[in-house]
Design a protein around this ligand. Sequence first.
Ligand SMILES: NC(=O)c1ccc[n+]([C@@H]2O[C@H](COP(=O)([O-])OP(=O)(O)OC[C@H]3O[C@@H](n4cnc5c(N)ncnc54)[C@H](O)[C@@H]3O)[C@@H](O)[C@H]2O)c1
Ligand SMILES: CC(C)(O)[C@@H](O)C(=O)O
Ligand SMILES: [Mg+2]
Ligand SMILES: [Mg+2]
Length: 331
Amino acid sequence: MQKYYESDAKLGDLGNCRIAVIGYGSQGRGQALNLRDSGLDVIIGLRPGKSWEKASEDGFEVFDVATAVDMANVVMILVPDELQGDVYRAQIMPNIKEGDCVMFSHGFNIHYGQIVPPPTVDVIMVAPKGPGHMVRRVFTEGGGVPALIAIHQDATGKARQIALAYAKGIGATRAVVLETTFQEETETDLFGEQAVLCGGMTALIQAGFETLVDGGYAPEMAYLEVLHECKLIIDLIHEGGFTKMRDSISNTAEYGDLTRGPRVIGPEAYEAMEEILTEIQNGEFAREWLLENQINRPVFTALKRQGEELMIESVGREVRGLMPQFRNLSK
Ligand SMILES: NC(=O)c1ccc[n+]([C@@H]2O[C@H](COP(=O)([O-])OP(=O)(O)OC[C@H]3O[C@@H](n4cnc5c(N)ncnc54)[C@H](O)[C@@H]3O)[C@@H](O)[C@H]2O)c1
Ligand SMILES: CC(C)(O)[C@@H](O)C(=O)O
Ligand SMILES: [Mg+2]
Ligand SMILES: [Mg+2]
């Protein structure tokens, strides 16, 4: 895989460009603030609402999407994936010009054919491998969240330099930037968030919590054991892999880990993961999610409510309330 670092990217490749960041949510805010701190010319495109107020409070010039696109030559689309097709067709497409650059932080809409830009523009991805709030936090601490870049169309012949300059602007080259394709990013990103990072992780924690509470143990104990400590263990895995984590835990824990872990994530989990990956690869998940949005998200709304009502959430609020380290964190 091609890898890039600070010295491979020049901010000057975006020196004569105005970047319109469309959307000011998790990624939009993190990326726009980092780009501005890197000395680049950034404006924000939005519809009226809370994000507009937030971007103005942060000192950005904010415009409706069509105007922002018209004023810029690099357009980073950071509205939710499920809305990008409509926003693109109504406000972005009519205002992009030959030689402009259209950018994404996730390949969903290009890969599944929801957005088809004209051949006269560059189509690029710069996808941070982390939540938007961390893209900002890590940057202000002097570091960077790694990112993927991909080139779908290179109309100007400068797509790669622009992608690298943007990646540098958001701090990603301080970590590492890997080059991939829209297909690979889309499929691995969806799989990761569904099976491991978000879906797999919350289901694993919830199953452990329920098992302990059903076994008669105090919910506060169960919370500290299977949720709070998760981060401490993950930090060690993040820094030095399974080996560093296993070096830090007791021999008893390590023996339990090696012998019992594969019983929890057994053949059934592997089969489920394969099915999930297939649904991503054959477009079934994308179709389901796009159709769900067309009918006003009944399944998403019901499941989200059920998730918010789980005992682990109320117990978590109580337990975090006991610890000073959580008092100043946003919810
Ligand atoms: N959340 C993440 O950490 C993360 C990580 C990697 C990639 N991504 C990708 O980044 C993109 C943005 O996701 P997000 O989670 O930051 O979104 P978000 O939901 O946090 O923010 C969306 C923003 O778009 C604005 N918006 C919504 N509808 C709009 C419209 N019709 N016109 C103008 N503005 C509108 C909202 O006001 C908000 O500011 C997606 O492609 C996503 O896959 C997100
Ligand atoms: C932060 C994630 C989960 O990595 C991203 O892919 C997203 O869609 O929010
Ligand atoms: Mg994602
Ligand atoms: Mg991701």
